[in-house]
Design a protein around this ligand. Structure first.
Ligand code: MG
Length: 210
């Protein structure tokens, strides 16, 4: 896959939303271990808004801008704030008027997405948050030498899933969940689980696209 069109990009978000929906109960159960148990509902609500907006795709920049503002204005909470920041970062990382991206454009866009999220959270790898999935995903995408966009997303998905898996052994070290201390060990972080599901789905979708 040498080019990613705006229509294919929209399909990635639509498919990811369906995947996230199918695992919503699991995300809430994981969140309930060290939080309020609402992550499944929060991420499904946010992803629904994003997927709906992605359908009106024109250019990458316009589409990402609309997706970002829709999720930030129509929903609230840290889940939608971080997804909004990610989408705004993706938006910053693409040139105006572009309707298809090559492999390098995809890498640049996703790197910009991470940079934007990093401005919105102090969490680092090892803190047991969604960053344990997102940071390795973007680093692996950036480091992927292939010009096949599907391979780049595959690298991202593999790293995101490994990163999320690693949170099982971690103690929550961020925000309110820190108060739960050792109780958090033995369970995957809900945000790392949902974000890795999104990257896994991106890989699935792009592996089918030609
Ligand atoms: Mg929660």
């Amino acid at each position: 896959m040498e080019k990613l069109t705006i229509g294919q990009f929209a399909q990635m978000w639509i498919d990811a939303t369906a995947e996230v929906k199918s695992k919503a109960t699991l995300f809430s159960q994981l969140d309930a271990v060290i939080g309020d148990g609402d992550h499944g509902e929060a991420i499904v609500t946010a992803m629904n808004v994003i997927a709906e907006k992605s359908k009106a795709s024109v250019t990458f920049k316009e589409s990402l801008n609309d997706m970002a503002f829709a999720v930030m204005l129509e929903t609230s909470g840290s889940t939608s704030t971080l997804l909004g920041a990610f989408l705004l970062g993706l938006c910053d990382g693409v040139s105006p008027n572009v309707t298809e991206l090559n492999a390098n454009d995809v890498k640049v866009m996703f790197k910009s997405g991470l940079a934007s999220v990093e401005k919105n959270t102090e969490a680092k790898c090892g803190d047991k948050t969604m960053m344990d999935a997102l940071i390795p995903a973007i680093e692996s995408m950036s480091g992927c030498q292939s010009n096949d966009i599907a391979q780049i997303f595959k690298a991202g998905a593999t790293a995101a899933l490994e990163g999320a898996e690693k949170t099982i052994g971690m103690k929550a070290n961020f925000g309110r969940s820190r108060n739960f201390g050792d109780k958090s060990i033995g369970h995957k972080d809900s945000g790392a689980a949902s974000w890795s599901t999104i990257f896994e789905s991106f890989s699935k979708t792009t592996s089918i696209l030609k």
